[in-house]
Design a protein around this ligand. Structure first.
Ligand code: IPM
Ligand code: MG
Length: 358
């Protein structure tokens, strides 16, 4: 039986995961979906319950799982903790421990939300970009790192941006394999005009590209890519980039779709095991208020069914249910506009459940 580990985490993570769990229950009770679900702590909740943002028992469960569904981590109450105990470290640790190197971040605009975008509707209509972000290497993990005191007493912070050829190769294969199933255009984003790492990155992308002649590979410097994303985002199909650049570009791309509250993500290892999470954070400012948008998390369930649980049919159904709810005009506060009906987190989850039960 497939095993799913659910990690609500912190802040709005608890509220949005509660809605995602309702969806999973409906799939189990009405669609013959079979899976064993377990829940564990991560992030600040991990620290509160077990003294560590990625507790040992969470690690054991996650390692044995076929898929992991995560809410969000972080909160102001944890900011004073030593760096290695902060919630974000839990997230980085699970990515790294499970070798979830391939992070898929789709930026998909739902027709109904075209007016919620900060860009003109004609620039973003039908937008459908997939950002493939390398997730377990680069400057996020490179050694040496730290803050040291120089001889003159001044402190200096330092991090290391490193990529081995094998790390670039595997993310390249991941991105090309996705591009083949889409519009067959892959843009590799780098900073090869300045960084040696990027020079190697580009060289390896070109080399791996020879295995995928049907995919059109292009290259773009990251500064230009940021500009092009807000100027003419529809020129992109799939983008592949390093950990840090992907972090930045995926937030920008998310905003094009109207709300960061709409976008799911997948982080995969080389065997298709994955962790699924909304790309937004724990939003401490609205936590506990019942107004967070659960749709990114519900769509993460859909991605989980598609990429790790081989259930494309149910993945499509969950997506269709989300679309119907939007079509009916239901909106959480982040995507509300005049003429639509504002609902809270629970009502939005219930509406998706109702669609699935129709
Ligand atoms: C993300 C987040 C994380 C990251 C943080 C919370 C560590 O911003 O998933 O994009 O930087 O990767
Ligand atoms: Mg980020």
């Amino acid at each position: 039986m497939k095993k799913i580990v659910v990690l609500p985490g912190d802040g709005i993570g608890l509220e949005i995961i509660a809605e995602a769990k309702k969806i999973i229950t409906v799939l189990q009770e009405h669609y013959g979906f079979v899976a064993e679900i377990e829940e564990a702590y991560i992030g600040g909740a991990g620290y509160d319950h077990a003294g560590h943002p990625f507790p040992e028992e969470t690690k054991v469960l996650a390692q044995a799982a076929d898929a992991i569904l995560l809410g969000a981590v972080g909160g102001p109450q944890y900011e004073a903790l030593p760096r290695e105990l902060r919630p974000e470290r839990g997230l980085l640790a699970i990515r790294s421990e499970l070798d979830l190197f391939s992070n898929l971040r789709p930026a998909l605009l739902y027709e109904e939300l075209a007016n919620a975008s900060s860009l003109k509707p004609e620039i973003v209509s039908n937008l459908d970009i997939m950002i493939v972000r390398e997730l377990t290497g680069g400057i996020y993990f490179g050694e040496p790192r730290g803050i040291r005191t120089l001889e003159n007493g001044e402190r200096e912070g330092y991090n290391t941006l490193v990529y081995k050829e094998s790390e670039i190769e595997r993310i390249a294969h991941s991105a090309f394999a996705i591009a083949i199933k889409r519009d067959k255009r892959l843009c590799s984003v780098d900073k090869a005009n300045v960084l040696e790492v990027s020079e190697l990155w580009r060289e390896v992308m070109i080399r791996v590209g020879k295995d995928y002649p049907e995919v059109e590979l292009s290259h773009m410097y990251v500064d230009n890519a940021a500009m092009q994303l807000v100027k003419d985002p529809k020129q992109f199909d799939v983008m592949v980039t390093k950990n840090l650049f992907g972090d930045v570009l995926s937030d920008a791309a998310a905003m094009l779709t109207g709300s960061i509250g709409m976008l799911p993500s997948a982080s995969l290892d080389s065997h298709g095991k994955g962790m699924y999470e909304p790309i937004h954070g724990s939003a401490p400012d609205i936590a506990g208020k019942g107004i967070a948008n659960p749709l990114a998390t519900i769509l993460s369930v859909s991605m989980m069914l598609r990429y790790s649980l081989d259930n494309i049919d149910l993945a499509d159904r969950v997506e269709a249910a989300v679309k119907s709810v939007l079509k009916k005009g239901l909106r959480t506060a982040d995507i509300y506009e005049q003429g639509t009906t504002q609902v809270g987190t629970v009502e939005m989850g219930d509406a998706v459940v109702a669609e699935l039960l129709r």
